[in-house]
Design a protein around this ligand. Sequence first.
Ligand code: PRP
Length: 189
Amino acid sequence: MSKGDNINDIIDHKLFSEKDIHEMCVRLGKQLTEDYAGKKPLVVGALKGAIYFLTDLTRQMDVAHQLDFLDVSSYGDGFESSGKIKVVTDLAADVKDRDVLIVEDIVDTGLTLKFMKDLIKERGAKSVKCCAMLNKEARRNVDVDVDYFGSEVGNEFVVGYGLDFLNMYRNLPYVGVLKSEVIQKYVNK
Ligand code: PRP
């Protein structure tokens, strides 16, 4: 195994511990339980980043719901958003007249969320909201509501708990800031 293969070695510092994220899920789950009572929402996980947060969040929601997944691609090269978004794997469910809750790991520029919300609205959903673990408001460049979120985050490259760098490091059990040298190593390749 070469240096850099150990996932904890690539972290500069931790931002949100497992306990912090659990507390976010408890607080958000309580709010969603109240807001979606009796609505049987369709919870849509945005693949792939949302899966870790989704499984923890939904287990804190005392409300009957159904699950589905949507995979749209937004990042062209792993560093910056290409700005172009397309559906990679579509929903299985019909969203017509449904209350839909999109679950995201992070909302950054907002392009991905706006694309997903518009798509689901166009298909006739009754309501479309989003619950994100993290909100990077400073990077927003489209007008889109992040209806619920766990925490605001600054303009740093964060990985873990679903968040990736080149599709790696999602399985870190916390959210941390990636060492700049790790990014440089790949930028210079
Ligand atoms: C990430 C993240 C959001 C999106 C946010 O997904 O999970 O979906 O980027 O960026 P934006 O607000 O600038 O559009 P990505 O497309 O990298 O796919 P992934 O979930 O598979 O990591």
